[in-house]
Design a protein around this ligand. Structure first.
Ligand SMILES: C[S@@+](CC[C@H](N)C(=O)[O-])C[C@H]1O[C@@H](n2cnc3c(N)ncnc32)[C@H](O)[C@@H]1O
Length: 273
């Protein structure tokens, strides 16, 4: 079925991944209800980023209403036990944006977890990750973003140890009767970007996330061969994560140029064994 009557949506399948070029609201309306296990997405943040074609500067109330409409459409396609990981951030000039959005989502979802994605960090005199310069003396460097874990019920069971970390003090394992040498990672995830030498290595896209981010979300949700959806797939990072985790992905982007990049990224990986 075409999702946009004026301009039929292109669709292709690579390995177990389905890539759709089109407007996510129109495409989501064509997906069956209660059919998706995990949504991982990073929408445009409305911070005037330089995308290829999308203009990232709507009026604030228009943007928030649009995001509420997209999230409502996502809820319809999510299974009752699905997880929705929404990655978003504000900026020095628009610090309220993620909070304005999450409050508006309150009638639609339970906020089951609020994860802080730490992109760079200083511990003592040591530091890890890339520090993007910030001009002036008013604002600190932006070193983190939000990942809101939204669910329909607030009671979705997770596999916390799927992204667990080994105990520092191994004597805890026997003393406290833990079944394995892993404890919960907590809700602060340090995932730095890989160092790149050119914009081409970031696919000339201004707003990608590292593949570890959707991989950790998929593992945390914790079911085998999940159906994974990203309505703003950009360069296809979520579909790549779904592929690497043995899931079946559906990715949507309005820009054919980014869909072509996502297609090439998936082609560069071997089919599932
Ligand atoms: C923040 S980027 C996502 C980047 C992605 N996480 C990655 O790692 O490449 C947001 C994407 O949303 C796309 N977009 C904007 N409006 C859209 C719409 N109405 N429907 C689908 N995609 C849209 C943009 O083209 C952009 O690629």
């Amino acid at each position: 079925m075409s999702c946009c009557p004026a301009e039929p949506c292109a669709e292709q399948h690579i390995h177990q991944q389905r890539l759709i070029t089109g407007d996510c609201l129109a495409v989501l309306a064509t997906l069956p209800p209660d059919s998706v296990d995990v949504v991982v997405t990073s929408p445009p943040y409305n911070l005037a980023l330089g995308y290829n074609t999308y203009r990232d500067q709507r009026g604030e109330s228009d943007y928030l209403a649009w995001m509420v409409a997209v999230c409502t459409a996502l809820r319809r396609v999510m299974k009752p036990q699905a997880s929705f990981f929404l990655n978003i951030s504000g900026s020095s000039s628009r610090p309220w944006l993620p909070f304005e959005l999450i409050v508006r989502l309150r009638p639609i979802f339970k906020l089951q977890n609020h994860i802080t994605w730490v992109k760079s960090i200083a511990i003592g005199a040591d530091s890890s990750g890339h520090y993007k310069p910030v001009g002036g003396a008013r604002f600190l460097n932006h070193a983190h973003e939000h990942i809101f874990h939204l669910t329909r019920s607030g009671h979705v069971q997770l596999n916390r140890l799927a992204i667990g970390v080994p105990y520092k003090d191994k004597s805890n394992i026997a003393r406290r009767g833990h079944a394995q040498d892993l404890h919960c990672r907590g809700n602060t995830w340090f995932i730095p970007y890989r160092t790149v030498n050119s914009r081409a290595q970031k696919f000339h896209h201004p707003g990608t996330f590292p593949v570890d981010l959707p991989q950790w979300c998929i593992r945390l949700h914790g079911i085998p061969a999940p159906i994974v959806l990203d309505p703003f797939m950009g360069t296809g990072t979520t579909l790549l994560a779904a592929h690497l985790e043995g899931g079946r992905g559906i990715g949507i982007d309005i820009d054919p140029h980014y869909v072509a990049i996502a297609t090439a990224r998936l082609h560069a990986h071997a089919p599932p064994a």
